[in-house]
Write a protein that binds this ligand. Structure first.
Ligand code: ADP
Ligand code: MG
Length: 214
């Protein structure tokens, strides 16, 4: 069996992410009420529900069209900062993947790398600014490292999920330098970043979808 993921696994990924966001909605709301405006759970829940509904009405047959649909839906359905940022992730992933039916581990890593670069270009956050980048960058680094050592998709995505969680936890003592939390200055320290928390759910869902497909 070849170690690749196709459109069905990507649909499973975003469906698992929608479900996990719904399960963790109160947690994300609490995190965002501490250092933001308490809408991250609602924003992500609205966006991912719209994403899965859209895919159910029209499931694209190529990876790029599918990722583009996810990204466009997030941009158009989520008002907060997270909508355009998560939307950019999926849109850039689609461009990187191209009109293929399957991605191998290297192709998935390259697509996620392009996605993170797109978020950085758009949001201008650097590592340590206490944003979702602090979970996403280490996750994609771990995926790349997995590909370099010849790991399969299941191992590489599990390593990425672990790195995302460590990155999320690293945001706890940080003072926010980007986004709404930066308005709080020093008072933003001592709380996890909500976006880094939802990114951990994203990578957990990816690892689970990949494990379920193999
Ligand atoms: P809003 O801040 O508009 O209320 P959300 O609450 O949905 O939007 O999302 C907040 C999250 O967005 C933050 O926790 C942070 O991770 C992320 N974020 C905000 N601004 C940026 C940025 N410039 N770059 C990267 N991530 C950001
Ligand atoms: Mg918010």
């Amino acid at each position: 069996m070849t170690d690749t993921i196709g459109t069905a696994t990507l649909v499973d990924w975003v469906t698992r992410f929608r479900d996990s966001i719904a399960e963790n909605r109160e947690w994300l709301t609490e995190l965002d009420s501490a250092i933001g405006d308490a809408d991250h759970g609602a924003n992500m829940s609205r966006g991912m529900t719209a994403v899965v509904d859209k895919l159910a009405s029209a499931t694209p047959s190529t990876i790029d069209e599918l990722l583009k649909s996810v990204g466009m839906t997030l941009v158009s359905s989520v008002g907060g900062a997270s909508g355009p940022l998560y939307g950019t992730l999926f849109l850039r992933m689609g461009v990187s993947a191209g009109a293929v039916a399957e991605l191998d581990a290297a192709g998935l890593a390259a697509a996620l790398r392009a996605g993170v670069d797109g978020i950085v270009a758009r949001g201008k956050a650097e590592a340590g600014d206490k944003t979702l980048i602090d979970a996403m960058s280490p996750a994609v680094d771990a995926l790349d490292a997995g590909v370099s050592r010849g790991a399969g998709l299941a191992d590489a995505t599990a390593a990425a999920a672990k790195a995302a969680a460590a990155g999320r936890d690293s945001t706890l003592p940080l003072v926010a330098r980007k986004g709404r939390a930066s308005y709080l200055g020093e008072r933003s320290a001592g709380h996890l970043d909500p976006g880094a928390a939802s990114v951990t759910l994203l990578f957990d869902a990816l690892a689970d979808a990949v494990a379920g497909a193999s």
